[in-house]
Ligand binder design. Structure first.
Ligand code: LLP
Length: 431
């Protein structure tokens, strides 16, 4: 990857810090975020919106990576964030994130989660289903409170991405179906509840999307419903939230669009349809998760054992694996990696990069071209910032890695490495 930097010793440099120094100081496996890369990506989204002339809001989908320090950075950058659980909400509150700038998502928010959201004055609750409308109504009436809501709709659009990360297709578990009239019934219900103020419509079609077609179809769908609702119910959503899903490059063959590549055509289509249907130009919200943190993250591992199977393959094992990055095992996700302490050496072999977990499915990279290496060398898997640490587990009772933020030549631990004592902290002896 061209954007990688190395120093004269041939060591990978992240945020101005030598990666081998990070490994020595904090141990491996280690998750490292280049904070400047996060800020740059946010600026790119902002610049694209500014050029489009749309009124907009960027809400970081914190499920991609949610820790106190991350919410702090998002707040510093002036973004909104969305949360999908009481736990993410709690983390955001602990970080001092402005609650008004939070949206709360989820297809099965519990009563306790809705109470927590209302009591803390979360900015927007994104309503997903009829059960939730009833629950939230009860919470609001009991507290004599009110709140802003959006309706999440299922637009019936199939994003071209992994089946597990499609969310907008007709048979999706998320949201009110548009075509069958569910969404309209939901809106009528909510409009009749004085404690709920509908500020917009939400849809999310999927994740790791590489073309704008799905968003174009989505905009058409949402503008069409907006026009129908105005005509039939006298209601027009002020905000269209188009969700996230903007793809990033994991390997050399991935060719992602830039934020502007998505936003320009979306803006053009919105203007055209606002004109055609005589609707006000809506404010546009998006919810990128992966595109903001993915490329900024690196997983550092130490090379350990190897197994050469003559004429077949070589397994090269590192000290982490599916516990800190489940994506290859779960989605057949591909990654690139480099030998971070020998950046300038020629390629020598192709290995199967595997972890230390007791499963054959513990794959990090299927076919990795590497220079000559030995135990103790440092591997950096690239672009691990989204859905890596946030989906980490303690499988095999391996402690989860530490997370370090690097910026301007400084490194700071933002999540401490788990200890063995942490692993048994919640265990209770049976006697
Ligand atoms: N908004 C909503 C309502 C979502 O459900 C999601 C992701 C996003 C925004 C952010 O999508 P992004 O911009 O990050 O693609 N664990 C999977 C991805 C699951 C995404 C779930 N929803 C993976 O590792 O690929």
């Amino acid at each position: 990857k061209q954007r990688l930097q190395a120093n004269e010793q041939g060591h990978l440099v992240l945020g101005g810090v030598d990666a081998t120094r990070l490994a020595q100081e904090y141990g491996t496996p280690l998750v490292v975020y280049d904070v400047a890369a996060i800020r740059r990506q946010i600026q790119e989204f902002r610049a694209a919106f500014t050029r489009s002339g749309l009124r907009y809001q960027i809400s970081y989908a914190s499920k991609a990576f949610a820790t106190v320090a991350m919410y702090q950075v998002i707040d510093e950058e002036g973004l909104h964030a969305d949360v999908v659980s009481g736990g993410e909400l709690y983390t955001a509150l602990q970080a001092g994130f402005p609650v008004r700038d939070l949206s709360f998502h989820g297809n099965n928010k519990s009563l306790a989660e809705l109470e927590m959201a209302v009591e803390n004055h979360v900015g927007v609750i994104v309503l997903d289903n009829f059960h939730e409308i009833e629950l939230l109504k009860r919470v609001l009436v009991d507290r004599n409170a009110s709140c802003d809501v959006m309706l999440r709709v299922t637009p019936g659009i199939t994003a071209h991405t992994h089946r597990y990360t499609q969310t907008g297709q007709v048979d999706s578990k998320f949201g009110f179906d548009v075509d069958s009239g569910q969404a309209t019934r939901a809106l009528q219900k909510v409009l009749a509840i004085p404690q709920m103020n509908v500020i917009g419509l939400h849809a999310h079609i999927g994740s790791q999307i590489f073309d704008v077609t799905g968003f174009d179809l989505l905009v058409k769908k949402l503008m069409t419903i907006s026009a129908q609702w105005r005509d039939r119910l006298g209601f027009t959503p002020r905000i269209l939230n188009l969700g996230g899903g903007f793809g990033i490059a994991y390997t050399a063959t991935d060719d992602p669009l830039t934020p502007a590549d998505f936003i320009q055509p979306i803006a053009a289509r919105l203007r055209q349809l606002a004109d055609r249907y005589q609707l006000p130009l809506p404010e546009v919200w998006i919810e990128p998760g992966r595109a903001i943190v993915g490329p900024a993250g690196y997983n550092l591992y130490t090379v350990g054992s190897r197994k050469d199977i003559p004429d077949l393959t070589t397994y090269l094992s590192v000290d982490g694996g599916m516990g800190d990055n489940i994506r290859p095992a779960l989605y057949q996700a591909k990654y690139a990696a480099v030998l971070a302490n020998k950046m300038n050496e020629p390629t020598h072999e192709t290995v199967h990069l595997t972890g230390k977990y007791c499963e054959s499915g513990d794959i990090l990279i299927d076919q990795l071209a590497l220079s000559r290496n030995e135990p103790g060398d440092l591997i950096a898997v690239l672009d691990t910032g989204a859905y890596g640490y946030s989906m980490a587990s303690n499988y095999n009772r391996n402690p989860r890695p530490a997370v370090v933020f690097v910026e301007d030549g400084q490194a700071k631990v933002v999540v401490r490495r788990e200890t063995y004592a942490d692993l048994v902290r919640l265990d209770v002896r049976y006697e």
